[in-house]
Design a binder for this molecule. Structure first.
Ligand code: MN
Length: 516
């Protein structure tokens, strides 16, 4: 009988520690809903003690998500554990995840404590957490660089104190698969009460080995893996959920394990996480990159057309990359359009469908071929991203540019119901447009990042623009899509301004949470 591997998703906690990727309450909820569709076992929703905003986000996830366990992270302090419990207690299956460092290097330089003191703190923390719930996870930070016998001693003691999951993190991404797997085996063999708990691993990708180390750990007895969508996370990131899950699913001949992940939601979730965090997926990224299923060589293409398994070890549809058979043109009606979107996995309400259909007709008038990717992008920008009210609305944009003129943009916008317009010069067409919008919106926000990409090849491709805006302590991303990159840029900026206006207050972070 194959054994189950528990998927502990930390996209909303470690993933959010990706530089510049902070998420607000609504964004965390959107991702959590997708994680529930993916059917992960545990969602680590955040670190409640670290900030008011994180506390609120974890609470919102715990309230809404019914199908997964919801974990809150806490240092081995009572006040952290109390805050974590307060945030997660409404979950169907709340989990307190407490941690302390066990490596001599951390004990000496970071904590200035002895091994005995840390052992006592770990036991006290787990006992305190266990008063709230039987579902307690304990992590030994920097475990892979800790003395293994000391980790075994701490794990033995915290199991007695009530921990049900023991996490062995490769916090700094130092492990090598064979060695890392051997450490897990050693723990299984040297912890007398290990049958009362399950071993988890949390691998970082500093040497590009996070997934390999995770698989080695599974082969040696780990039954929970801590992973993130797209492998995002602190520094070089965490083990990628899609890679671990698909490795287990594709090599069933080698691994006698299974996960409960509904793999068809992998790709849509990857897109959502990338959009909301503003962290782009590299094209050659395994499983979810734009080229992951693209065959360039003629020999390969020919063979794949004859029989896909010649060069494809898994199918794009297995991970939710959908190609549909219905071509759409500018004469396509609303019914065909709706059917097409459903084929692609989007079931929209009437109002949403009308909005996307309107944009589609406009697009079909201006662009020869409307690709599936264009539709995905339209749905994402019109539905997923338009989840905020439009206080600012672009009505009209006229841009004059070229080698002989100073770029000029005339923008007409609705601001809180009032129609305003202005004409402004800039260094380039996008600069002029942004200056005009900034003036009309009376915004003081700072543009942290501006990125343009084309969805499909060719000059008629749709331009996708992603911006990051900062206003006082709040950071949001905005998205825009249009065949015209200047218009897409304007849409992205205005989308960001609306998000800044309506996103719930995150409040300032207390400082970066320590890393596991
Ligand atoms: Mn980590």
């Amino acid at each position: 009988m194959p054994e189950k591997i528990y998927i502990f998703d930390t996209t909303l906690r470690d993933g959010e520690q990706t530089p510049g990727a902070s998420l607000n309450v609504d964004e965390k909820l959107q991702i959590a809903r997708n994680l529930e569709l993916l059917n992960v076992d545990v969602i680590e929703a955040g670190f409640p003690f670290s900030s008011r905003g994180d506390f609120e986000a974890v609470k919102a996830v715990a309230r809404e998500i019914r199908g997964c366990q919801v974990a809150g992270l806490a240092r081995a302090f009572e006040k952290d554990i109390d805050a974590a419990w307060e945030a997660i207690k409404e979950a169907t299956q709340p989990r307190i995840h407490t941690f302390i460092s066990t490596s001599d290097i951390h004990l000496k330089y970071q904590m200035k404590k002895t091994r005995e003191e840390v052992l006592e703190m770990a036991v006290a923390a787990v006992k305190h957490a266990a008063r709230y719930t039987a579902n307690v996870e304990f992590s030994a930070m920097d475990a892979s660089r800790s003395d293994l016998d000391y980790v075994a001693k701490v794990f033995t003691a915290v199991i007695d104190a009530g921990a049900k999951t023991l996490n062995f993190p490769d916090t700094v991404g130092y492990g090598i698969p064979e060695e890392f797997g051997a450490k897990i085996k050693y723990l299984v063999e040297h912890i007398p009460n290990i049958h009362q708990a399950i071993i988890s691993v949390h691998c970082h990708n500093d040497l590009g080995l996070a997934v390999a180390n995770t698989l080695a750990a599974i082969a040696n007895g780990a039954r929970q893996v801590e992973v993130t969508i797209n492998g995002i996370g602190e520094r070089a990131g965490n083990a990628s959920m899609e890679e671990v899950v698909m490795a287990l699913a594709t090599r069933k001949d080698l691994f006698d394990y299974y996960t409960d992940i509904v793999t068809q939601y992998i790709f849509p979730t990857s897109r959502l996480v990338s959009k909301l965090t503003g962290v782009v997926v590299q094209p050659n990224k395994a499983i979810v990159g734009a080229n992951a299923f693209a065959h360039e060589s003629g020999i390969h293409q020919d063979a794949v057309l004859k029989e896909a398994s010649t060069f494809e070890i898994m199918t794009p549809t297995a991970v939710g990359i959908k190609k549909s058979s219905l071509p759409l043109g500018k004469l396509s009606g609303r019914h065909a359009f709706k059917k097409k979107l459903q084929e692609m996995g989007y079931y929209l309400g009437d109002e949403e469908l009308n909005r996307v259909f309107f944009r589609f007709k406009d697009l079909a008038d201006r662009k020869k071929t409307v690709f599936d990717e264009d539709l995905v992008s339209l749905v994402e920008t019109e539905v997923i991203y338009k989840s905020v009210p439009e206080h600012f609305k672009l009505l009209d944009l006229v841009v004059l540019t070229g080698t002989m003129v100073k770029p000029n943009a005339t923008v007409k916008m609705e601001v809180g119901g009032e129609i305003k317009s202005i004409s402004v010069f800039g260094d380039g067409p996008i600069d002029a447009t942004y200056k005009a919008i900034t003036h009309l919106a009376q915004s003081k926000c700072k543009l942290l990042k501006f990125a343009v990409s084309s969805i499909t090849g060719g000059t008629e491709a749709m331009g996708e623009v992603s911006v990051r805006l900062e206003d006082e302590s709040q950071i949001v991303t905005g998205q825009g899509v249009d065949p015209d990159v200047v218009t897409a840029s304007a849409r992205a900026y205005i989308n960001g301004l609306n998000r800044l206006k309506f996103s719930k207050e995150m409040g300032p972070k207390l400082g970066k949470p320590e890393e596991l």
